[in-house]
Write a protein of this length. Structure first.
Length: 245
């Protein structure tokens, strides 16, 4: 039987070009039906003590991996349905000890977006006082790492909130990548920048006070925009240039 090599190559390329999206499951979040795979290759990861189901086969128990963080090399994106608070705690402390936290840390270190469902934690954002402030700061820090927290109460900063503010009220990411002098709109608006090792993320909250009157922003090597930042810049018709290393 003759083999249509061109057709075979096309099918292989289509398969390779499909995004590989990791899904992190626990027993309480396991789906009852299989995920559709027409356009996406789903990579199922099981958290500690999570028992596999037919709906997530084939799957990889993270506890069996010596280096869960290395999985980031194969992923386009990582999604976490109903993210456990304990995982967020590990990331905020900077000590990702569990296999689940090491997987997320590996993705963030390589600039792979991590989408975490936090709808079940929505009521936390109404907390007042010092604890409420500390909680919101922790969520801000997670977003600065490159995480997308689905369900978080919208807290977009207005440009006036940062006008005239000293550098120390903005995160280190903004201080090293966003603070800029002003040039006429005819030319690019360059950003003051400082080289950083590895990828880092810039959120809209950090950009909000520094884009008024700009038509062009230059991002330093390693800088990446969160989804909200990219969308808002596009809505303001501000072009983004990524400087090569």
């Amino acid at each position: 039987m003759a083999v249509d090599v061109d057709t075979l190559v096309e099918l292989v390329l289509q398969r390779l070009l499909r995004p590989r999206v990791g899904l992190l499951w626990w027993n309480e979040t396991l789906p009852s039906t299989r995920m559709p795979e027409e356009e996406i290759v789903w990579i199922h990861y099981l958290g500690t003590k999570c028992l596999p189901r037919e709906s997530v086969r084939p799957c990889t128990p993270l506890a069996m991996l010596d280096t869960p963080e290395e999985e980031a090399k194969t992923l386009t994106l990582l999604a976490i349905p109903r993210c456990r608070p304990s995982l967020l705690q590990e990331l905020v402390t900077g000590i990702p000890a569990s296999p689940e936290a090491r997987l997320v840390a590996g993705c963030l270190a390589r600039g792979i977006s991590v989408v975490a469902d936090t709808n079940h934690l929505a009521s936390w954002h109404s907390w007042k006082g010092a604890l409420g402030t500390r909680l919101r700061n922790a969520f801000d820090e997670l977003e600065s790492f490159g995480m997308i927290l689905v369900g978080r109460e919208a807290q977009a900063a207005s440009p006036d909130e940062f006008c005239g503010a000293p550098v120390n009220v903005v995160s280190q990411t903004a201080a090293t990548a966003v603070m800029a002098g002003t040039r006429p709109s005819a030319g690019p608006d360059d950003l003051l920048r400082q080289r950083k090792d590895g990828p880092f993320w810039i959120t809209w909250k950090e950009l909000a006070g520094h884009v008024e009157g700009k038509t062009f922003l230059t991002l330093p090597p390693g800088a990446r925009l969160t989804a909200e930042a990219a969308d808002r810049l596009a809505a303001l018709r501000i072009a983004v240039h990524r400087e090569e290393a």
